[in-house]
Ligand binder design. Sequence first.
Ligand SMILES: [Zn+2]
Length: 285
Amino acid sequence: MGDVEASYHAGIVSVGVGWSPTSPFEFSSAAPDIFVGRPSTLLRTDRLGSLPYVGESLAAGRPYYGHWGSILRCDDGPGVYALGRYFTTSDPRHAGSRLSEAVLRLKEDDGPAEALGRALGKAVDRLDWTPDIVVPVPPKPSQARNRFAALLGVAAQHMPDEVEVERDGLRCTREVEGYKALGPLERREAVKGAFESEFTWGRAKILLVDDVYTTGGTTAACAEALLGDGASEVRIMALAKDQRTFARKVCPACGRTMRVRISGVGVKFWGCSGYPDACRNTEDL
Ligand SMILES: [Zn+2]
């Protein structure tokens, strides 16, 4: 998604329109400033400036106008949503991103709980799918603070009445060391089985809430615990979607993206996307 990056460096607002054949997952990892569902919205130039993602609008203290693209779709299926984009502190866009700042601060205190809770509640209200129960990713054993507790209290006031919030629905049973340094596949392995349900869910549809959606390792492990204890469906709402194309590994031989591939005997390895005509470089995973 070079277009979005180029727009940023040129100081121009980027607008995405929902006709692109690009996978929503790729799109959400390099998301434009504004995303609209229909080309005709582009003609409403008076409104375009006021259509950012719900979390970005509310974290910046601006009004929110609900529309199709105000929730970021992070998955090829309907399963993962985000309230906006997360830029790491090493990204130049971090400085201008009130949502990124709010998500970071939420680890320490509840200052951003009001704005982020409103954004979450309004997003849930707007989805074309209504969960029965909202459950957050639980704190690790070493963390005393449940960063989502106050936020979910605010969100409940903005969600449909029938949606319940269960802030202690999951428990994290063990610490995962060095998680951030791991790659996507290693992360999935590392957190497998690290979460347990506190309840049986009786076929409920559950919306799992996390702060930053990066590789989906943590949420996949939580979803497994929820489904294992009776949930009928789990979808995910992240406060923000990480904008590093995390799984993107650049081929040192040619500069193309490398992908995880599986050999004929079942061994995973990195293979250049230029294979077989342009480049045949491979690396051990
Ligand atoms: Zn290559």
